[in-house]
Design a protein around this ligand. Structure first.
Ligand SMILES: [Zn+2]
Length: 106
């Protein structure tokens, strides 16, 4: 099993307010993916080193792209459900019409 040197178990301990800070991830354009220790009393301590300029330029664009694709998937799922409903309805109508036609010739 490999280990990750950046995945240390460092914790700042208790905050001055008495609570334990929680390790969170920033998703701002200035610090995308950078982890920090935060507390509800506004305590803030970076866990990871600063994000490089290339990552600052690329990651926010990728996040926006993921969001657009997830929204597109939701729309496509709705379209798919509607198409399945239309297909089932069409099949039922065809069977009813066939039954009527068969009954007319019998
Ligand atoms: Zn605190």
């Amino acid at each position: 099993m490999s280990s990750c040197s950046s995945c240390s178990y460092f914790s700042p301990g208790l905050c001055s307010c008495g609570l334990s800070p929680v390790l969170r991830t920033s998703w701002t354009d200035a610090n995308p993916g950078r982890r920090f220790w935060g507390c509800s009393c506004n305590f803030h301590l970076w866990h990871d080193p600063a994000v490089g300029d290339r990552a600052k330029n690329i990651i926010p664009g990728l996040l926006r792209k993921i969001q657009r694709l997830e929204e597109e998937m939701k729309r496509n799922r709705k379209k798919e459900k509607m198409l399945v409903f239309c297909l089932i309805t069409t099949v039922v109508i065809i069977f009813v019409l066939l039954a009527v036609c068969v009954s007319m010739f019998i």
